[in-house]
Design a binder for this molecule. Structure first.
Ligand code: SAM
Length: 238
């Protein structure tokens, strides 16, 4: 993705967070501009052309704002011919236990041209609505090991034929980069007013073995410029 389209995307996708206050806006700008996950989502093959999204641990709902911004720019004259058409969202359901984040998402996503439902709840006991794409970006390690497994089993049962799970997890065997990632995650939770979280990480081989055991085939997906120790996984039911 060219630098200029990325800058415009970051501007377009973060602007709706401005009314939610300086933290929400600066966080959106920093995350969308600095995290290689978002550019990777617009690359070919990772996401379907169109689909219903269930974003578990959605935070401020940046995923929906990013894809909405990409589709808005794609409809205008400046979308580069070399850049694939962005994936469309036909409906977005975001769930998070952090009330302020859900509040920011509600404000920012009010102008989306697809149905948006934002739910305050706990991943461990929520109902999973049917979706074509389920995302768990930097979330699973907040749950204890047994809850991680139960959630993945429920996701596997809820996905329709052709559905996919996208998740990003930390590689617990990655040494210093992994420890830095954990510190960043903990600081973000603290800055948002939460308690110091207890994180439950696994080495990448163990994440993949767990996903395989619950019935997923996984494929690590490249993120250009990725630092730390976070790995994007594309998972399809076996
Ligand atoms: C590092 S943030 C990632 C947010 C978002 N996925 C993103 O990439 O911008 C982790 C999120 O998981 C949420 N979370 C952690 N445990 C949760 C649980 N048991 N139920 C619901 N949300 C949870 C936190 O509130 C936080 O918003």
């Amino acid at each position: 993705m060219s630098r200029s389209i990325q800058r415009r995307l970051v501007h377009q996708a973060s602007a709706p967070y401005r009314p939610a206050g300086p933290w929400a806006w600066h966080f959106a700008r920093g995350k969308l501009g600095g995290d290689p996950l978002f550019a990777a989502l617009l690359g070919p093959g990772l996401l379907p052309a169109d689909g219903r999204y269930l974003d578990l641990g959605c935070g401020q709902g940046l995923l929906a704002s990013w894809l909405h911004a990409a589709n808005t720019l794609h409809a205008g004259p400046d979308w580069p011919a070399a850049q694939a058409a962005p994936p469309r969202i036909s409906a977005y359901h975001g769930l998070d236990m952090h009330a302020a984040a859900i509040g920011h998402a509600r404000q920012a996503l009010a102008g989306c041209d697809f149905p948006v439902h934002l739910e305050l709840g706990d991943l461990c006991d929520c109902v999973l609505p049917e979706a074509d794409v389920i995302t768990l970006f930097d979330v699973l390690h907040y749950l204890p090991a047994s809850a991680q497994e139960q959630l993945l089993r429920r996701i596997h049962r809820s996905l329709p034929t052709g559905g996919r799970l996208l998740l990003r997890v930390g590689d617990g065997a990655a040494g210093l980069p992994h420890h830095l990632s954990r510190i960043v995650d903990s600081l973000v939770v603290r800055a948002q007013g939460g308690a110091w979280p207890r994180l439950h990480c696994r080495p990448m081989t163990a994440w993949q073995a767990l996903l395989n055991e619950v019935g997923f085939r996984t494929e690590p997906w490249p993120m250009v410029g990725a630092g730390f120790a976070n790995v994007l996984l594309h998972a399809r039911p076996l």
